[in-house]
Ligand binder design. Structure first.
Ligand code: C5P
Length: 399
């Protein structure tokens, strides 16, 4: 939702960390969204990205030093920090956060941060131990107390090989956080219902029928809708993912529980049904089934209700109903048929014959009443922001 960024001036301070290269991607996205970017590179930042690449992408001079007299003549640090509508520190290293929290002004970046009353957004990225260290957590609390918005870093495998929180958030998430700084929340006042993950259908107290859905795409969609201002109810099957900021999460196990939770969440303006609901459930045995050397126990299966079709044909049907279709063949034909049969407005179709489950990328087509759009291969986070923007556009238009 980069609309609010259009025409804004962003002072971008690039700190010295392995994630600094992602700042280049952020510059490109900001400019694509119509922002002017004034880049500032710390001394250590310049070890990771060159001033030349940063200035080429920003289309503006890179400022690096407080003692650059030519700069002082052209635009002093006071004016520089005040020329911006927003200051973004990306990546915000542990050291930069510490110096900013202490109110130091020992280089251009910290001087700018101290000399301004412009809103500041910090995007931290650092080693997991550094992030979790009490000193960093103390600095984080100080900065937040001072009114700085500090994003929560992503969890995952780090460049250094360790695992945990500390990774720079994805660029679309940073863009959404920047847009939010400008109050760009087009879905404010809307309620969105999102289903996520697999369902597990028990066979006995220890076994179940399940599938490989990771929930990554749906959690990203829930987060993007919340970032766009919607009140989001996320009904999630069993997945191990952190709840996106601002999202109300309801954990369920089975399809019947998911259906009941969706019913209870109505009314909603928007429903995005992403869950890979198990098609069948078994009559669960009360005791653990035993192998006794003879024939395996028969599994009597009952078909589960189609939650999307139920919502699509509901008396309290949300204004916009979006379904997903994971197909291995004749994808678009199946998706178009599914759209009509299930009473959905849109179907996001993807080909799952090539390892989409659990991966961070996906190639989707949007199937609507007016045709098919190929969105190409993209990170799941980008698909989420694009979909949220499309949904927002649907609610802001004349119809
Ligand atoms: O029929 P199929 O499972 O391919 O349809 C996929 C779409 O329908 C997804 O949006 C999925 O969340 C939804 N669905 C559902 N309940 C089911 C089966 C599918 O909501 N029992």
């Amino acid at each position: 939702m980069p609309g609010g960024v259009n025409g804004k001036t962003i002072l971008l301070i690039v700190g010295g960390g392995i994630a600094a290269f992602k700042a280049l991607e952020l510059v490109r996205e900001l400019r694509r969204a119509g922002a002017r970017v004034l880049p500032v590179l710390t001394e250590n930042g310049a070890r990771f990205v060159t001033p030349l690449s940063l200035s080429a992408l920003a289309g503006d001079k890179v400022r690096t030093s407080l003692w650059d007299l030519e700069d002082e003549a052209a635009m002093g640090h006071i004016q520089l920090s005040r020329a911006a509508d927003l200051i973004v520190v990306c990546p915000a290293t542990a050291d930069l956060m510490a110096r900013a929290a202490a109110g130091q002004a020992n280089d251009l970046a910290t001087t700018l941060l101290l000399a301004t009353d412009t809103p500041v957004l910090m995007v931290p990225a650092m080693n997991v131990r550094m992030w979790l260290h009490p000193a960093t957590q103390r600095n984080l609390a100080t900065l937040r107390g001072d009114g700085v918005t500090v994003m929560t870093p992503d969890e995952g495998e780090m460049a250094c090989g360790e695992f945990g929180p500390g990774r720079l958030p994805d660029v679309p998430a940073i863009m959404a956080a920047i847009a939010a700084q400008f109050g760009d929340k087009p879905l404010t006042g809307r309620h969105a219902l999102v289903t996520a993950g697999p369902t597990f259908e028990p066979i006995d107290p220890v076994r179940f029928i399940g599938n490989h859905s990771s929930g990554k795409q749906s959690f990203a969609i829930a987060g993007a809708l919340a970032a766009a201002g919607a009140r989001v109810t996320l009904v999630a099957g069993p997945v191990h993912l952190p709840t996106p900021a601002g999202v109300i999460r309801i954990d369920v196990m089975t399809a019947l529980q998911m259906q009941a939770a969706c019913e209870a969440a109505l009314p909603a303006d928007i429903a995005v049904m992403v869950a890979a609901v198990a098609d069948w459930r078994a009559e669960a045995a009360a005791q653990k089934l035993k192998k006794d050397g003879s024939a395996p126990p028969p599994l009597a299966l009952t078909e589960n209700p189609d939650i999307l079709a139920g919502i699509g044909h509901h008396a309290r049907r949300p204004t916009l109903v979006v379904g997903f279709a994971a197909e291995t063949n004749d994808m678009l034909a199946h998706a178009a048929a599914k759209r009509v049969k299930k009473g959905a407005d849109w179907i996001v179709a993807n080909n799952v014959s090539d390892g989409v489950f659990g991966s961070d990328a996906n190639h989707v087509h949007l199937v609507t009443a007016s045709g098919v759009e190929d969105w190409g291969a993209q990170p799941k986070a980008d698909i989420a922001t694009t979909l949220a923007a499309r949904i927002a556009a649907q609610f802001s238009g004349p119809t």
